[in-house]
Ligand binder design. Structure first.
Ligand code: ADP
Length: 164
């Protein structure tokens, strides 16, 4: 069984992430969407909320499992029997960071894992969670960026944070 991992902050999950996940899910038997918990990072949504939003928009894809993750990706992958890392590539600026990450993971895992890069679809080339948070902060339209199932939750959070 081919198990792949797609890791990220998903704060919140965007249509760009969803597009990569949909395409990647066809390349493996199981795709683990690993929601990163970095204690030093400040998120809009807690780990539980980010997992819940992620699960909500992915509920129609059968071979997906949403798990939380911290520490080394390679250790997480060994624990879950995964051998493929999925990464999305947007503009050229993603490339250098992603290449370093891929080489790093391969070194640590002694060549036991492989990274697959999925090019972002044209309409999501410049979409990131930080763009979504910015647009939500100023009450802009989110329909093109986010699944309709989670738009109201993101709007509510923006309102709450604006009040603070
Ligand atoms: P973001 O950069 O949106 O905060 P993450 O840190 O959660 O996203 O990134 C997880 C993975 O998703 C990375 O491989 C990143 O390159 C990819 N990714 C993020 N947004 C897009 C997008 N719009 N299209 C394709 N891949 C994306």
């Amino acid at each position: 069984m081919k198990v792949a991992v797609y890791a990220g902050s998903f704060d919140p999950i965007t249509k760009g992430h969803q597009d990569v996940i949909k395409r990647a899910s066809k390349l493996c038997d199981k795709l683990i969407v690993a929601v990163l918990n970095n204690k030093n990072k400040k998120y809009w949504f807690s780990l539980e909320e980010r997992k819940e939003l992620t699960e909500k928009v992915l509920e129609d894809i059968p071979n997906i499992e949403v798990l939380d993750f911290s520490g080394l990706l390679v250790t997480f992958m060994e624990k879950h029997g995964a051998e493929l890392v999925i990464r999305g590539l947007r503009a050229v600026s993603d490339y250098e960071y992603e290449l370093a990450l891929a080489y790093g993971n391969q070194e640590i895992a002694d060549g036991e894992i492989e990274t697959i890069f999925i090019p972002a679809s044209k309409e999501y080339l410049y979409l990131s969670s930080s763009v979504v948070r910015e647009v939500a902060t100023y009450d802009g339209k989110l329909e093109k960026f986010l699944d309709e199932k989670i738009i109201s939750q993101v709007r509510e959070r923006a309102k709450l944070l604006n009040r603070e």
